[in-house]
Design a protein around this ligand. Structure first.
Ligand SMILES: *[C@@H]1O[C@H](CO)[C@@H](O)[C@H](O)[C@H]1NC(C)=O
Ligand SMILES: *[C@@H]1O[C@H](CO)[C@@H](O)[C@H](O)[C@H]1NC(C)=O
Ligand SMILES: *[C@@H]1O[C@H](CO)[C@@H](O)[C@H](O)[C@H]1NC(C)=O
Length: 475
């Protein structure tokens, strides 16, 4: 459920270091939140490469009063923009407690590029330890030498709350766990903190929602029928089924990947801003008037036409090796792929047959659909499989005794299986020091979104609980 959001970034060149650090008229010197600042970082914090690059950040200090806290957020796998300083609940929190919001771009995303390209050798500096140390260095400067970071007067030793949603929610939690003396507390919304080589928990969460809507059995039967054809070696039947789904002629695996992506983009959104896309885009087609396979095909054809996809666009969408030798900067999908190959796997696949679980996507979308591209894209140094268990033991393990982390998870969050309260498997205890709020009926990271009129009661309540915690942490 990750798609590339393209946000317009108004880039106003500004170098914080040239600006005076002591000013008396605060309101006159607070820059618009669209101003982009830069902070110098080494390519590698652990001595492998001391070259310097510039990390981008933007800030909203409209509500800041001396002594107030700094809410540090990161867009994670997206480019920074003032939607992250102005358009999230952290902006409201800042208003409540005289704080400011600083959005710091994640290395290798947006324009925060440690290296001149995105080749495998350049991306070897893309480690989670470097990512977190970038944020830590920024926070250290903000606390000890605020004049180096802010173009207006900011108190030294400010309290710092790290916040984020989804992958950035995990970063928030890790920042508090790893740097408790720099980060006073973390608000980790729908934090994706459990990593597995095979992430079929996402697909199975969606299956639970299909079941609640009454079309899980139909969908899973349709998928089984589809797979029987795709695995049949009967080219006539394979051609027929691809044309039934409105697809160009592809290999069976790429075709399965295409359909899975289309469903992921258009249908895996239960209760998103009051609309249930799973119901509208998939389940409403399973109305008993036609076969399950025809219902599925009809739903997919309608997704294709509503997205206006050409045959060429679909061929590209299906091909995970696309642009394997294009190293140009600015490809967030490529950097994300590297994280999957080199850090944690977490490949979004369908439950393998030996789990005994019903499938809701084609089983042809398995590890062999994704993993071979790691070496194609990033070179022969890539491991055959990511060390998901090692990553998880270290980074999920680190959270087990961490304090001052507020975890929020929606009960309908499809990513719930990767959070601190999965359906089954390892969960964190809900403690007074690091409480967990399971928001009834909510989906992914709704609490940290900008408040709107139709917010669920559970989301509003989770925000109030979080606000009280923030007040405690900064007191
Ligand atoms: C800060 O965010 C608020 C929205 O709450 C917005 O109205 C204001 O213009 C922003 N401040 C600056 C200086 O851009
Ligand atoms: C292959 O599929 C076609 C179309 O569904 C069918 O008519 C034909 O009998 C199949 N061939 C075999 C050998 O099963
Ligand atoms: C973490 O907390 C648990 C339970 O309180 C305790 O048994 C364990 O020893 C602690 N681990 C560390 C690394 O402090």
């Amino acid at each position: 459920m990750r798609f590339t959001v393209s946000l317009s970034l108004i880039s106003i060149a500004a170098v914080a270091k040239c600006l005076p650090s002591l000013v008396t008229d605060d309101s006159a010197s607070i820059p618009p939140s669209s101003t982009v600042f830069q902070f110098s970082q080494p390519v590698d914090h652990f001595g492998l490469n001391d070259d310097v690059w510039q990390q981008q950040y933007q800030l909203n200090a409209t509500f800041y009063k001396p002594g107030g806290p700094i809410f540090v957020v990161t867009p994670g796998e997206s480019a920074v923009s003032n939607s992250y300083t102005d358009g999230s609940y952290f902006n409201n929190l800042a208003q409540e407690v005289n704080g400011m919001v600083v959005a710091v771009e994640h290395r290798f995303y947006g324009k925060s590029n440690p290296m001149p390209d995105l080749s495998g050798p350049s991306l070897k500096y893309h480690t989670i330890d470097n990512v977190l140390e970038d944020f830590a260095s920024f926070i250290r400067a903000a606390r000890t030498a605020p004049g180096d970071v802010f173009p207006f007067a900011v108190s030294p030793d400010s309290k710092v709350i790290f916040g984020g949603g989804s992958y950035a929610g995990a970063i928030a939690a890790w920042m508090r766990a790893k740097y408790p003396s720099l980060v006073d507390g973390a608000w980790a919304s729908s934090a994706v903190v459990q990593y597995r080589l095979e992430n079929y928990q996402l697909e199975q969460s969606w299956g639970k929602h299909l079941a609640a809507l009454g079309c899980a059995t139909g969908m899973s039967q349709a998928v089984n029928q589809l797979d029987a054809v795709l695995l049949s070696d009967n080219q006539t039947a394979i051609d027929e089924i691809q044309s039934l789904f409105g697809s160009p002629s592809l290999t069976p695996r790429d075709f399965a990947g295409l359909i899975t992506s289309l469903i992921g983009v258009a249908a895996m959104y239960p209760n998103y801003e009051g609309i249930d896309y799973t119901q509208n885009t998939v389940c409403s087609y399973f109305d008993g008037q036609r076969s399950d396979l025809d219902s599925f095909a009809w739903a997919v054809r309608d997704i294709i036409s509503s997205l206006g996809l050409t045959q060429q666009a679909m061929t590209q969408m299906a091909d995970t090796s696309l642009n394997w030798d294009n190293y140009a900067l600015g490809q967030s999908g490529r950097v994300w792929y590297y994280q999957e190959c080199a850090w944690y796997g977490n490949w979004q696949i369908t439950a393998p047959e030996d789990t005994g679980l019903a499938p809701y996507h084609s089983r042809l979308v398995d590890l062999t659909y994704y993993e071979p591209n790691c070496r194609n894209k990033f070179g022969s140094d890539m491991p055959e499989h990511a060390d998901s268990d090692g990553f998880n033991q270290k980074w999920f393990g680190m959270l087990k005794n961490a304090t001052n982390i507020y975890y929020t998870v929606g009960s309908l969050d499809l990513w719930r299986g990767s959070t601190v309260v999965p359906w089954d498997g390892d969960s964190l205890p809900n403690t007074d020091v690091s409480p967990i709020y399971l928001m009834d009926g909510a989906t992914h990271s709704q609490d940290v979104a900008h408040p709107w009129s139709d917010d669920l009661e559970s989301v509003k309540d989770a925000r109030n609980v979080g606000l009280a915690l923030v007040k405690k942490w900064i007191a």
